[in-house]
Design a protein around this ligand. Sequence first.
Ligand code: BES
Ligand code: ZN
Length: 608
Amino acid sequence: MINTFKLFAATILLVCSLSGFAQTSDPHSFANFDQVNVSHIDLNLNVDFNKKQLTGSATLSLKWLDKTTNSLVLDTRDLTIKSINSGGKTLAYKLHKADPNLGSALVIDIANGTDKVTIAYSTSPNASGLQWLSPEQTTEKKHPFLFSQAQAIHARSFIPLQDSPTVRVTYAATITTPKELVAVMSANNDASAPRNGIYHFKMPQAIPSYLIAIAVGDLQFQAIGKDTGVYAEPSVLASAVNEFSDTQAMLDITEKMYGAYPWERYDLLILPSSFPFGGMENPRLSFITPTVIAGDKSLVSLIAHELAHSWSGNTVTNSSWRDLWLNEGFTTYLTYRIMEVIYGTSRFDMEALLGYQDLQADLAVLKKDDQRLTIDLTGRDPDDVFSNIPYEKGALFIREIEQQVGRANFDEFLMAYFEHFKFQSIDTETFLAYIQKHLITPYHLDLDRIKQWIYTPGLPKNHPIPKSDAFTIVDQNRMSWLNGNVKATQLDVKEWTVHQWLHFLNNLPDQLSAAQLVELDSAFKLTQSTNNEIAHSWLVLVVKNDYQPAFERLETYLISIGRNKLVKPLYRELAKTSKGKKFGKRVFNIAKPGYHPLTVKANEGFFN
Ligand code: BES
Ligand code: ZN
């Protein structure tokens, strides 16, 4: 056994030395950040919509941890490097051959102790972390739009840097844009800055690279509360401000429960509909999909989620993508708690149970190895491993601890935890050592069970199961309809919330008769639903049952929305039959030019 292990370790060492890069704790970065640390970045970039390029320079400030090394290794992907300078001198460098997941290591020859280095570069029109939208792809259809999405490892496609969440930087930026457009960043946005094509930013708190973000478009701003507001295209602004009018209240109560908000402002940026995620917690400015503007605040848990990341994720950060559950599990737990305070316990119960159902659905299909909270991602692209595990299994684990120690004690613990690791990046083992002292020992928790939650697949026996009375009524109605006891029009759905509808639809049998589908659709106008989540759940059934009357709606839905979570399950279902595959391939090809690179990559495999 020992010999096998030694052999294994020796092989790893050999592989690392062959590739020429020292191995650090982060398998998704080439950077030698354990030898030299980038502590600040000055960006000077021009936004060229014609060429779909950012062009300019990044000046990196360096802190040398190792006194002997004379090289700086950075992460890049598809960047064109023009020159590298320091103190007026040109430096030699080598841009290595690209790894398909990680991009190209940029190795710069630089004297130990050098304090700054400037890299002149431009991005590729296909940069994986940027999407360049033509005017037609925006809501307003008058001006082009640009936005970035850096998590997990795409910052390197628009800035040469140490692209690991272990490393934290402050940054400043000067961004030049066409005069009629506005630039915003994950920094100190000034809503009253003149629209003159030159914008200056500072992010004085040290953040990991995946939180560096930029967007440029025809944006307007409106305040929600004293620290909160919305940036959006003009015609979206009013509806977004209405939908998200509770954002200030969310911020206020989260501060009360978990400690002072350390980022000054909290604004939302509403992206065009091709934004590939629901939301992204870019500090001071969460990026938000417009698909959650439902008109009734039914989908605003997304805002609670991105806001909660201001504590879990942006303040205390996972140090590698293996530890993503530290970001997403805590955030999911906090989301439910924030939603409960603002919208009541019934909403908390429903959302927690829907989350649990999503988790069960994933557990039913995921490989055992991918059911762990800490997943070894060496050699894999973090984008390919995305699931509900870090989110909902993480939140359930935290909920169990909360139940064992009591809510008041647990809230006190959380506040201290966020304070203790403020502006630090930590791994699961650092978290474990901390809870050993603050929870496990004082409350006599079972360490083996905690390790089982973290390191083993599936869920431990007798884990907490969310319950919702509001869903019990839905189950009874669904049952009597399926049994043929009542007609759909006789179901008592007048008071049902969006969550009850989701529970109703998501738990129907996979196979329904044509008559049943027609009956549901004519009673509840599901094909016409303007709630994107309800439409999604219905369309999944539509595909599973080849319900043709809704296929036109399915096509429009897939073409007009680029949020991967809403389109991928539909393409996946379509790809299961040859008829569906034909339809799916045709629609995917129409939609593709409007999709973000990430949504393209996540779905193209279904139709090859
Ligand atoms: N930080 C994530 C998005 C993300 C995670 C991007 C991992 C890349 C890699 C964001 O906070 C998030 O979780 N978004 C969810 C929100 C939902 C769970 C409320 C989304 O986009 O669906
Ligand atoms: Zn999240």
